[in-house]
Design a binder for this molecule. Structure first.
Ligand code: FES
Ligand SMILES: [Fe+2]
Length: 440
């Protein structure tokens, strides 16, 4: 090994600057060069169904308010009063005008100022254009609303590229929130995301999953600035290796597997799938092969869902393989798409503290037309040891995030040595991250 390689242990498998996880300098650079330039998911369209619905998305020092205009258009603005700079809206709600609580100036939902308290005091001094709300680029994909602060940014479709095309068959736009949770996590936002951007940890961190049979090897791929992993098995990659548990009763074990997922995550499955697995376990012969137990479960779930008005998209095996397990949409979105549901994560810096982040988890599902819950409360719980609230699987991930953030600051540690096959999403993330940060 050359001296240069000794000094640069990450050279072979992707370079991560470990200080970027905790030095305030990097957080400041992110505020300056990353967040104002990257498309980022602000909310779901389902949160803005009626004219006048608004929601805020805070990132770095900025807050963005997204509104549904009377014409049905989604508009995004910097959430700041053009009088003295007070932040305008908080959280979400419905209003026909945005009104500043300080001195009462008002804007319509297209950003035009429609009221200045005692305007005559200014004479001719106020210019219509100057006191408009300042616009932000806004577009939608998959039922998500994205914003970009750069006026000359590339279109969202170009930005998402192959990721959007590969995920299109999953029809995420037809899903709705079933549950949402968030917390202030004791780690940098990148560490939080990276705990979900690879499958290498699954059989160790989530050791109970292995007892039900699991993929032991996850192939990862980059798609431009985005990445994914899954049991891909496509040309040029290794075939997935799996643990197949020895059991005399595969149908029972499949039902136990979904029962465990329900309790430990309440995602990567739906109640229909769990019910179907239980039905198969009760009715199928004990010696039914495992693959068929899964197949029967899915067939029954599809029929039961169809009967209640939930139709699954017709996904080919190629589309399922390409969709894989988990996607990282740069910079801060993770999606685990399935036929009838999708687990999602979002991580953001928490103010000026690089050692904590705002971390959100949600489950999207298909519902019968008009039956999706109207408002799904975003529940907060900062206790990363509260298993009853978070479930065993997230709790296991949370411990790794906290432990990693603490550990990597050690003077003895040079930086991540990423698995070149299974942890590509992390090296790709940092490649793109550093490109953004190095652009003046
Ligand atoms: S700061 Fe908003 S009206 Fe004065
Ligand atoms: Fe995990």
């Amino acid at each position: 090994m050359t001296t240069q390689e000794q000094e640069s242990p990450t050279k072979k498998s992707g370079t991560v600057i470990k200080e970027s996880y905790y030095e305030p300098h990097y957080l400041a650079l992110e505020k300056q060069r990353l967040w104002p330039r990257a498309w980022q998911m602000a909310c779901r369209e389902e949160e803005l169904t009626e004219a006048g619905n608004y929601i805020t998305y805070d990132i770095g020092d900025e807050s963005i308010v997204i509104v549904r205009s009377p014409a049905g258009k989604l508009n995004a603005f910097y959430n700041v009063c053009q009088h003295r700079g007070r932040r305008l809206a908080r959280g979400c709600g419905t209003a026909q005008r945005l009104r500043c609580p300080f001195h009462g100036w008002q804007w319509d939902l297209d950003g035009k100022n429609v009221f200045v308290t005692q305007r005559d005091d200014w004479g001719d001094e106020l210019n219509e254009d100057e006191i408009r709300l300042k616009p932000v680029q806004c577009d939608t994909w998959g039922g998500f609303v994205f914003v970009n602060l750069a006026p000359d940014c590339e279109p969202l479709e170009t930005y998402l590229g192959e990721a959007a095309k590969t995920l299109a068959p999953f029809q995420l736009d037809k899903m709705r929130f079933r549950w949402r949770k968030w917390l202030i996590m004791p780690c940098n936002w990148k560490i939080a995301l990276e705990a979900f951007n690879e499958g290498y940890h699954v059989n160790v961190t989530h050791f109970r999953l292995a007892q039900y049979g699991a993929t032991t090897f996850h192939v990862s791929r980059t798609h431009g600035i985005h990445s994914m992993f899954g049991p891909l098995g496509a040309k040029g990659t290794q075939q997935p290796q799996t643990i197949t548990p020895t059991t005399a009763n595969a149908p029972k074990q499949v039902a136990e597997f979904y029962g465990y997922l329900k309790k430990a995550l309440d995602s990567n499955m739906t109640d229909t799938i769990l019910e179907s697995a239980r039905h198969v376990a009760e009715n199928a012969p004990n010696d039914l092969p495992r693959a068929q137990a899964f197949q029967q479960t899915f067939q029954m779930a599809m029929q039961d869902d169809d009967a209640r008005g939930v139709s699954w998209p017709k996904l080919t095996s190629e589309q399922l393989l390409a969709g894989g397990t988990d996607w990282h949409i740069f910079p801060n979105m993770v999606l685990l798409p399935m036929a009838t549901n999708c687990l999602g994560y979002r991580a953001r810096p928490n103010g000026d503290d690089p050692n904590t982040c705002i971390f959100e988890v949600y489950q999207l599902e298909r519902f019968p037309e008009g039956k999706a819950p109207r408002q799904v409360e975003n529940l907060r719980n900062d206790d990363i040891y509260d298993e009853a609230f978070w479930g065993e699987i997230l709790l296991q991930d949370f411990q790794q995030m906290e432990g990693t953030h603490r550990g990597l600051k050690s003077a003895s540690y040079q930086g991540p040595r990423l698995n070149p096959i299974q942890e590509k999403p992390i090296s790709n993330f940092h490649r793109v991250y550093q490109e953004y940060l190095s652009r003046p």
